[in-house]
Design a protein around this ligand. Structure first.
Ligand code: P1T
Length: 382
């Protein structure tokens, strides 16, 4: 079945009793036993809840995984993945990651005795060289947030599996509609469901999809022990969001492509980072590895004053953290999503004071384009 069909149908069959075509919100913390020693398959909602389980089945199916585990946030999902490791193990991660993921690895994960080596994962040789005898896991964002660099997932999978270690891919920016890392050899996929999977900016959540039942079981056990579960109301919202994921991604992408090309033609925009542009250094890899280019665009206005003037001038593009909702957002990574990355490291990576990131929504293209043009004109006067 095509992805459009699977998005609508994944994870749920009409319920036996009523035929309800939607998954009920099981607002229950616990479940009555039939009799002593005999439960009905459900014991306590930290362990499992039918609404959450339906979402887990749906996302596992869309990503081509064996199992999935839904968490209270994307960071809780990534933290659970790090709990697969032992003190003394090491992680190799993309050197450009969502700032919160960087902060998690550098603070909590490091404090648990698991150090991370950050590497430019857009070059497979550098990635391979960073893996040492104690590395147990490679964590990639592709494309990265906010610099839109790609990693070759199949090459990274070969590097990981030659050494018997895990490859984890954060697929938040593209979703299974445009990229399915498990099919390219990854072991685990993580998502902030807060973004495109839910799609309406009205819930915070995360999910890990496991390529094998064994990894899935280990993650369910970690979740049951730690407790960072997604609640049933949020699970319902994400399930509802999934139904329109394919059409939303197509609409996001059509707008994203058009706006990236418009920005690339402006003399006042220094660089436009969007893998769909033929000038992107990894455009070929993006065309090969991805089914679409998505709707995240970063571009540089050169100075903080221009970036500020742009953000103050936009009307439809709201200045806010997050991404992947139907509404268009603009973000200034240096002071917002990536403020936790030390200034020298931001400088080295190219997350300068003039860099802006757009999450292009599904509004009418003409309105979005007019909004950007008038904001660029305002920035030009700053
Ligand atoms: O916010 P949370 O649901 O915990 O997800 C964290 C996360 C994980 N991975 C990626 C690629 C992300 O972009 C995020 C969160 N990102 C933002 C809030 C942002 O504005 O970039």
């Amino acid at each position: 079945m095509k992805i459009e069909t699977r998005c609508v149908r994944a994870g749920y069959e009409p319920e036996e009793a009523t035929g309800a075509v939607n998954v009920p919100i099981y607002a229950t913390s616990t479940y009555a036993y039939r009799r002593f020693g005999e439960h009905r398959g459900w014991e306590y909602s930290r362990t499992a809840n039918p609404t959450r389980s339906a979402l887990e089945r749906a996302v596992a199916e869309l990503e081509g995984g064996a199992d999935a585990v839904a968490f209270a946030s994307g960071l809780a999902a990534i933290d659970a993945v790090t709990n697969l490791l032992q003190p003394g193990d090491r992680i190799v991660a993309s050197d450009n990651l969502y700032g919160g993921t960087y902060r998690l690895l550098e603070t909590i994960t490091a404090r648990h005795g698991i150090a991370t080596t950050f590497v430019d994962a857009s070059t497979s040789d550098l990635l391979s060289a960073a893996v040492t005898g104690t590395t147990r896991l490679i964590l990639l964002e592709t494309p990265t947030n906010p610099l839109m660099q790609l990693a070759d997932i199949a090459a990274a999978a070969r590097i990981a599996h030659e050494r018997g270690i895990l490859l984890v891919v954060d697929n938040t920016f593209l979703t299974p509609v445009f990229q399915r890392p498990l099919e390219l050899g990854a072991d685990l996929v993580v998502h902030s469901t807060t973004k495109y999977l839910n799609g309406h900016s009205d819930s915070v959540g995360g999910i890990v999809v496991a390529g094998t039942h064994e990894l899935g079981e280990r993650l369910h056990t970690i979740q049951n022990n730690v407790g960072a579960i997604m609640g049933p109301f949020d699970a319902y919202l994400v399930l509802r969001g999934l139904r329109t994921l394919a059409v939303r991604m197509a609409a996001h992408e059509a707008n994203g492509r058009a706006l990236a090309s418009m920005l690339a033609h402006r003399r006042d925009v220094a660089r436009v980072l969007y893998p769909g542009l033929p000038g992107h250094p990894q455009h070929d890899l993006a065309s090969r590895q991805q089914g679409g280019f998505g709707a995240m665009i970063s571009f540089d206005l050169g100075t903080l004053a221009r970036a500020r003037a742009f953000c103050d001038a936009t009307g439809i593009f709201l200045l806010a953290e997050s991404l992947g909702g139907v509404e268009s957002l603009v973000c200034h990574p240096a002071t917002m999503t990536h403020a936790a990355v030390p200034p020298a490291e931001r400088e080295r990576l190219g997350i300068g004071d003039g860099l802006l990131r757009l999450s292009v929504g599904i509004e009418a293209l003409e309105d979005l384009e007019a909004d950007l043009v008038q904001a660029l004109d305002a920035a030009g006067k700053a």
